[in-house]
Design a protein around this ligand. Structure first.
Ligand SMILES: Nc1ncnc2c1ncn2[C@@H]1O[C@H](COP(=O)(O)OP(=O)(O)O)[C@@H](O)[C@H]1O
Ligand SMILES: [Mg+2]
Length: 237
C-alpha cells in the first residue's frame, strides 16, 4: 500500500534541545492511525510539524510522494492536510456556521464543494446542525470539540490530523467523537489522531507509541488490546 504520509528522520527542537529525536513513520492511504504517548512525549510537536506550523531541524515530511519542504501551513491545507489542533480552539463569538465556513477558506473559490462539505459535516455531527446559528462559545465542551473537527473537515482534506480530541470529554462523548472519526475515514479521509487514551485503539487500524521524542512502538491496534503490552507502553490498564 502506498503511504499517503511519510515522515523520515524528523528532528524538531524548540531551542537547543531536540524534542523529536529523528522519528520515522508512515500513514497509509485510508488508514486510521493513532499516535499515543504520555504528556510531553512530542505528539503535538509531530502533528504541528506535519501541518507546517513548526520547521524541522532536519528530516523530511512527504505527502502523496511530494516532499513538503518549507511549504507554508496554508499551502499544506490546499494540498490536502488539515489539522484540528489541541484544545478545541473554536471562535467563541462566531456562530457554528461561521466557524465552519472559516475552515473552508482555502476552498473559497469552490462554493459547490464548500456547500457539500458543510452538509457532510452537519451530517456527521447532527447536534451542530441543530445549533447552526448558535455562538460557539455557548456550546458544551463536547460540542465545541466536534465543531473543531468539523471545521478541519471543511477544507475537504485527504489527511486529517486530530490532536487529542478526547481531552476533557466524558468517555461517552469521547467515544462518539471516535465513532465519527472512523466514519470520516470510511468515507475516504485518512486520519492520524493523537491520543493519550488507549480507548482510541478500538477505532484505529494502527498505533504508534511515542516516548520522550522517539517512537517506541508501531503496530496494528489489535496487538495493543493485549493488556500486558498496553501496560508496558502506556502505563495504564
Ligand atoms: N513552545 C514550546 N517551547 C519549548 N518547549 C516546548 C514547546 N512546546 C512543547 N515543548 C516541549 O516539547 C516536549 C514535547 O511537547 P509536546 O509535543 O507538546 O508533547 P505532547 O503533545 O506529547 O504532550 C515537551 O517536553 C514540552 O515541554
Ligand atoms: Mg499535545
Amino acid at each position: 500500500m502506498m503511504a499517503l504520509l511519510e515522515v523520515s528522520d524528523l528532528v524538531v527542537s524548540y531551542d537547543a534541545f531536540p524534542v523529536l529525536q529523528g522519528i520515522s513513520f508512515e500513514v497509509g492511504e485510508g488508514e486510521v492511525c493513532v499516535l499515543l504517548g504520555l504528556n510531553g512525549a512530542g505528539k503535538t510537536t509531530t502533528v504541528s510539524t506535519v501541518a507546517g506550523l513548526l520547521r524541522p531541524r532536519s528530516g523530511r515530511v512527504q505527502f502523496d510522494g511530494d516532499d513538503l519542504g518549507r511549504r507554508s501551513p496554508s499551502a499544506r491545507v490546499a494540498a490536502g492536510i488539515s489539522l484540528c489542533p489541541e484544545g478545541r480552539r473554536v471562535f467563541p463569538r462566531l456562530t457554528v456556521r461561521q466557524n465552519l465556513r472559516l475552515g473552508a477558506w482555502t476552498r473559497r473559490r469552490e462554493p459547490k464543494l464548500v456547500r457539500r462539505q458543510f452538509d457532510l459535516v452537519l451530517d456527521y455531527f447532527p447536534r451542530l446542525a441543530e445549533r447552526e446559528g448558535q455562538l460557539a462559545g455557548t456550546l458544551s465542551g463536547g460540542e465545541q470539540q466536534t465543531l473543531a473537527v468539523g471545521r478541519a473537515m471543511m477544507s475537504r482534506p485527504r489527511l486529517l490530523l486530530i490532536d487529542e480530541a478526547s481531552l476533557g470529554l466524558s468517555p461517552t462523548v469521547a467515544r462518539t467523537v471516535w465513532e465519527v472519526t472512523a466514519r470520516i475515514a470510511a468515507d475516504g479521509t485518512t486520519v492520524l489522531m493523537v491520543e493519550q487514551s488507549a480507548g482510541a485503539l478500538a477505532f484505529a487500524d494502527r498505533a504508534l507509541i511515542m516516548e520522550k521524542g522517539t517512537l517506541v512502538y508501531s503496530g496494528v491496534g489489535d496487538e495493543l488490546r493485549d493488556v500486558n503490552l498496553r501496560e508496558a507502553y502506556l502505563g495504564a490498564g
